[in-house]
Write a new protein. Structure first.
Length: 596
């Protein structure tokens, strides 16, 4: 170590300075290293308002192409995006194994086949790192369930561990991966049972010993719970920061002899090597190959798509251009292009099926019919358009006194600008409900709350939540009890909702209150009948079915492979004989809610 590299600086380097950054060390010429979530695109650091990213095809689609050159190109694109966002380390690829078809996060994974996963994962790592950006492969290891992921223990025999779960990580180490992420779960490998942030046998003996990993083992965000056991168990870097078990106790553990100086020096050396690899000591980052990223995303999507057609048909389309098209399905009107959780990125624009068909056949008349609503939750309320004065936020301290009052006109369901002394907030909005019929309003939230809609008590919550609501992803798609408001003449409906301020550790302080509003609508039965009629009348019917953000997400596994709503229903009663199937509308097609 450099002689001017103080012990306090060395220990500070092993815990994040913020959610996504490490500390800078100007005394040794090192700038801060930055991280960003990854598997389907590089989201960025959240430091720029309106930050957008290229959305690549789901990793399962990348693997479905069976094309190593494509995987390498996608990795290079990740690096290009990373540098444009000021990112040094991309938290990708995700190489856990799709061991069951109902895994809630399998859209982020490559395959159920460890050989295919290993090959594609290693190629993507090489593509990222060839441009001077680090890949952080995740989640090491046997992290194949989202339900109870922070507390579950995977019991795996030695052969299965080596041949299935470890195989992608071993291939990445052979490819020279610069960092790995230790998972939330524990592993019982028959010799040791520990959380992966503390598993000395798998982290030190096997990963850094047998497999020769020379990079940084980073904790999953908020996964590290204990100071000494994580330090001696092979973990190198605790994220996020500031704070956490190492910031509070690592130096004391060294002084007390519970953690050796040699172990600290090894960790610091690994972080400094990562800094060198990503150019944190250089005047400027390594330049990256510049690709046409939208074109690559289209090519990658096409390569992983399977098209079924009649074998006697030589051309993909040998009919006259349609004059009328029926576009049917909820996912046609509101495309579902991302699973929920930390892989979410924000593309500048998503080409909808309607836009695509209109571009392909500009002279055709397109009739769009949803054919029933498969989502349980209504769309988010447009606060700016539906309220005259926006949302009023009255912040209260522990004594119930008002400490500040804000007016919020652009509300996305999250509030983060919170007074230091505030412990709860009262949100009030007068929502314009003008269309005759039944409007449905709700407030999706977690934790302690009380919500009244148009004077009706909608829901209450008595359990205080903290970072657990982030780790189980319930904060991403929160529950909300709907209230029907019948409108005869245009008026306003008042929403008044009281919420705890969530202290989510490294994720910061927040209030989660997603105000939702569904306009008066036809029944599902009528929508389906109208869709059938539209299909019969059109030259071409395009039906788009699929899941949505309520079904596939980080944080919980699915209970069924059935499509949500009535999409799995056989032919509509108007087009077949026999009784209509009955369906019970459920809160989720995934089961109960449960980030990196």
């Amino acid at each position: 170590m450099p002689s001017n590299f103080r012990s306090s600086a060395r220990s500070s380097l092993l815990t994040g300075a913020t959610m996504w950054r490490l500390i800078a060390l100007p005394e040794i010429g090192m700038r801060s290293i930055s991280f960003s979530d990854g598997p389907v695109g590089v989201r960025g650091l959240g430091e720029t308002e309106g930050e957008t990213s290229i959305l690549m095809p789901t990793p399962s689609g990348i693997a479905a192409a069976w094309d190593l050159d494509l995987a390498t190109a996608v990795g290079e694109a990740f690096a290009q995006e990373a540098r444009e966002h000021g990112v040094d380390v991309v938290l990708a690829p995700q190489v856990n194994i799709q061991r069951t078809p109902v895994g809630g996060r399998h859209f982020e994974c490559f395959s159920e086949d460890p050989a295919l996963t290993s090959a594609i994962g290693a190629a993507l790592v090489q593509g990222i790192q060839s441009q001077g950006v680090a890949a952080c492969m995740k989640h090491y290891v046997a992290n194949d369930s989202e339900t109870e992921r922070t507390s579950m223990v995977s019991r795996v025999d030695a052969q299965t561990l080596r041949e299935v779960y470890l195989a992608p990580f071993a291939a990445a180490i052979d490819a020279g991966v610069w960092s790995l992420m230790a998972a939330y779960n524990g592993v019982d490998d028959g010799v040791e049972t520990s959380p992966m942030t503390e598993h000395r046998r798998l982290n030190v003996d096997l990963l850094k010993g047998d497999l020769g990993f020379d990079g940084v083992l980073v904790s999953d965000w908020e996964a590290t719970r204990r100071t000494v056991l994580a330090a001696t168990g092979g973990l190198d870097l605790v994220m996020p920061g500031p704070g956490g078990p190492w910031a509070e106790g690592l130096l004391s553990a060294v002084r007390d002899g519970a953690v050796s100086v040699a172990e600290i020096d090894d960790k610091v050396a690994r972080v400094l090597l990562l800094a060198h690899r990503v150019g944190a000591f250089a005047p400027a980052p390594h330049p990256t190959v510049q690709r046409d990223l939208p074109a690559l995303a289209r090519a990658a999507a096409a390569a992983g798509t399977v098209v079924l057609r009649a074998p006697e048909t030589d051309a993909p389309w040998d009919r006259p251009a349609p004059s009328t098209i029926a576009l049917i399905g909820a996912n046609a009107e509101r495309p579902h292009v991302l699973g929920g959780g930390s892989s979410t990125v924000h593309p500048e624009h998503v080409v909808t099926p309607l836009e695509g068909l209109a571009a392909r056949w500009p002279h055709a008349t397109i009739v769009s019919e949803r054919g029933g609503d498969p989502r349980v939750f209504a769309p988010r309320l447009d606060v700016a358009a539906r309220t005259a004065d926006g949302l009023t936020a009255r912040w209260l301290d522990a004594q119930g006194s008002t400490v500040r009052e804000d007016r919020i006109t652009d509300h996305d369901g999250w509030v983060r600008d919170i007074p230091d002394t505030a412990v709860e907030v009262v949100l009030t909005a007068d929502v314009a409900v003008e269309e005759p019929g039944v409007h449905v309003l709700s407030v999706g939230t977690v934790g302690i709350h009380e919500t009244r809609i148009d004077g009706v008590l909608a829901s209450t919550g008595t359990r205080r939540v903290g970072v657990d609501c982030v780790l189980d992803s319930s904060v991403n798609t929160p529950d909300g009890v709907p209230v029907e408001v019948e409108i005869v003449a245009a008026r306003t409906a008042r929403i008044e909702s009281r919420h705890q301020v969530i202290d989510a550790a490294g994720y910061g302080r927040m209030v989660r209150a997603e105000i939702r509003h569904a306009l008066p609508r036809r029944t599902d039965e009528q929508e389906i009948a109208d869709a059938v009629a539209a299909a019969r009348a059109a030259d071409l019917a395009v039906v788009v079915v699929g899941t949505n953000e309520e079904c596939e997400s980080e944080g919980w596994d699915r209970e069924t492979l059935a499509l949500p709503g009535r999409q799995d229903e056989p032919r509509h009663p108007s087009a077949r004989r026999g009784p209509q199937r009955r369906h019970r509308r459920q809160r989720r097609c995934t089961g109960s809610p449960a980030v990196a």
